[in-house]
Structures are given as C-alpha cells and as structure tokens.
Design a protein around this ligand. Structure first.
Ligand SMILES: NC(=O)c1ccc[n+]([C@@H]2O[C@H](COP(=O)([O-])OP(=O)(O)OC[C@H]3O[C@@H](n4cnc5c(N)ncnc54)[C@H](OP(=O)(O)O)[C@@H]3O)[C@@H](O)[C@H]2O)c1
Length: 337
C-alpha cells in the first residue's frame, strides 16, 4: 500500500522525527531544517508522487537523512503502516510534528485572484481580531487601528463572496486538523514513549485557535478548563459544532463566523495538546501558531516566508530538556490560549 523512497543507513540514528503534510508549505521547510541538524527525518505526505518529489528535492540539495513514507492523516491504516515502518527501521520516535492541515472552505481561486486583495488588508484583519480585546479594555481608538478596521472590514466583506463554508469541507477540516492529529499521535505513541529523553510533539495550530475568538461562553470555558477537560468532551464539542453547521445555526449558537470549522479544529487541537501534555508529563507537547505564511492553504495571501513559518515548530522540536510542555506559542513566543 505505501511505497517508500528508502535511503537506509546501517546504524540507528541518534534522533528520528516525523513531519506530517510535508510535501510542500513550511512542513517541507521543517523537514529540511531538522535534517540539517543531523536528525533522521521521515517526510510524510498523503500523495506518493508529491511526497517522493519533495524528498528527492531535499536529497538533491545534499541532505541524505530524509526518507519518504506515505501518510494520509485521515486514514487509520496509513498511520498504522507508518508506525510499523518506524518500528522496524528506527525502533522508536523522538519528534512528531503534526503539521498536515486543511482550510475547511471551498474557494473560487480564480474569483479570489480577480479580487486582487492587498495582503496588508488580510494582515490587518488578523491584527484587528488580535487587538479587539485591548480596544474594549483600554479604549485605544488610535488612528492606526481605525485605518486597520476600515481595511479589514473591506477585505472581509469582499472575500465572503468567493469563500464557501460547506458541511463537507467543515467535516474534512475537523477530520484532518483535529482527528487526523489525534489518529497519528495515537498510532505513534508507543514509539514516542520509547524516546528516553522525552519525546517532542508539536501540533501546528493557528491564531484562529485562540479562545477569545469563540463567542459561546460555555464552550470557551469548557475548552479553557484544563483541570477537568477530557478527550470525550472534545469529541462532544466537535459533534455539537458539526450538528450546528449542518443546521445552519453557527451564528445563533455562538460559534466563530470567520473560518468556523478551521477555528474549531485548531481550538480543539490546542485543548488536545494540553490534555496530552498532562497525560504524558515526561514528554514536551506544545502547539504553535506559525505566523501568517505565504502557502497554498491561504491562497498565497500570507506575508511571511516558509523559512520564517518553520521557526516556531523547529524551535519546539529542538527544545532542550526541561523546556515547557502543554503551552501555546505564537511563532517563537509563549502566548495565551
Ligand atoms: N500558512 C499559514 O499562514 C498558516 C497559519 C496558521 C496555521 N497554519 C497551519 O500550518 C500547517 C501547514 O500549512 P501550510 O501553510 O504549509 O499549507 P499547505 O502548503 O497547504 O500545506 C498543507 C499540507 O497538509 C497536507 N494535507 C492536507 N490534508 C492531508 C491529509 N489528509 N493527510 C496528509 N496530509 C494532508 C497537504 O497535502 P497535499 O499537498 O496533498 O494537499 C500539504 O502538504 C497547517 O496545519 C495549517 O493549518 C498555516
């Protein structure tokens, strides 16, 4: 079922890492950076050709410690096959970067291109959301923020016409970003437990994961209550979200209206990160917003390079012993959930 581009070395490597969704975007850059540190990296991708091409490009650049293995995070059999491969080749796993992600929307790309939106307007939309809490608290109605609001409001209204949230795209998004991460982590957990210095697990999240963006107070409180939160509760929240998505009741029931499925997938992913970190205190399990990076997932509206986007996840993959666990990072800085 899974064809691999095998570049065997005779001895077991000091450290072994898996990166999901690594055929492009900054996932590929994460692989390059980790391999440059001397770590044996398994580059995974759902599509064999895309994954093999990406691996070949890294090998051609002079790196020898990268291998490809197929992994569709939505397919339990492919996660099991990856686990068997790592077990037989390396005997354990030290680093897992859960990077694969889906946007949860269907986009008319030609229509979006035709709109020719200034990336500054997209960034200002992000900044506006980020600072709206501060605005309320301190009433800082500076001229700059008013300008940003005007720009962001304009961009937001314009893009609604070319971005559609369907039930199918929402379901796919949650199955990839939340359940996909959980599926792969569970399949690889027995191997991660064998890492004697405490495995590093990095869940690639988003600014959209931040709980202040969730209007529903009850669910916001539940997701923030790390003392009592459970995986079953997370499954229930997702079920409730999908039910409301199907019934067209997102706004009525206080779900986020900007990229709803994507936002919920990353909010629950962050919560899962904390639950997991509590369950495995010997590991270093964190989640990270990589920044607004120029990749396919945002139709190349991002303003940061893939090198910049890889910085946070790579920093967490290379955390020294005694580093943080159960935390959320905005790029390389620790931030509030
Ligand atoms: N770019 C940003 O500004 C930004 C901001 C915040 C968070 N993120 C997060 O960063 C991560 C990487 O995204 P990116 O920006 O690098 O976007 P990207 O270039 O679109 O990469 C997404 C990767 O995920 C893979 N993928 C999707 N579904 C998969 C599945 N079922 N199984 C395995 N792989 C799958 C894609 O594979 P295919 O090539 O086969 O589609 C691709 O390799 C995502 O989790 C995203 O949510 C990105």
């Amino acid at each position: 079922m899974s064809q691999k581009l095998e570049m065997h070395s005779t001895s077991k490597p000091d450290k072994c890492a898996v990166v999901t969704g690594a055929n492009k975007g900054f996932g590929l850059e994460i692989v390059r950076r980790l391999a440059s540190e001397g770590i044996q990296v398994v580059l995974t991708a759902r599509n064999e050709k895309r994954g093999m091409d990406a691996t070949t490009s890294l090998l051609a650049s002079g790196l020898s410690n990268v291998v490809f293995h197929q992994l569709d995070v939505r397919d339990p059999a492919s996660a099991d096959s990856l686990a068997n491969f790592i077990q037989s080749e390396y005997g354990r796993l030290d680093i897992l970067v859960n990077n694969a992600g889906a946007s949860g929307v269907v986009v008319d790309e030609e229509g979006l291109k035709a709109l020719n939106i200034d990336p500054i307007a997209w960034v200002s939309m992000e900044l506006l959301i980020q600072y709206s809490g501060l605005l309320k608290k301190y009433d800082r109605n500076t001229l700059k923020l008013i300008e940003l609001m005007q720009l962001s409001g304009k961009a937001n209204n314009i893009v609604q016409g070319v971005i559609k949230h369907t039930y199918e795209s929402g379901e796919e998004c949650l199955d990839t970003n939340y359940f996909g991460c959980k599926r792969v982590t569970e399949a690889l957990m027995p191997l991660l437990k064998l890492c004697s210095s405490g495995a590093r697990i990095i869940n690639v999240s988003s600014l959209r994961s931040e709980l202040k963006r969730l209007p529903n107070e009850q669910i916001r409180t539940e997701l923030g209550d790390i003392c009592s939160l459970t995986e079953d509760q997370l499954d229930c929240i997702i079920k409730q979200f999908l039910h409301d998505l199907k019934q067209g009741k997102l706004e009525e029931n206080g779900w986020p209206m900007m990229l709803p499925a994507y936002s919920i997938s990353k909010m629950t992913l962050n919560a899962y990160t904390r639950v997991l970190a509590k369950k495995y205190p010997d590991m270093y399990i964190n989640c990270v917003h990589p920044g607004y990076v120029n990749t396919d997932i945002n139709w190349h509206t991002g303003t940061m390079s893939i090198e910049e986007g890889a910085k946070g996840p790579v920093m967490l993959a290379l955390l020294p012993n005694g580093g943080p666990s159960g935390c959320y990072f905005d790029q390389t800085e620790k931030a509030e959930f």
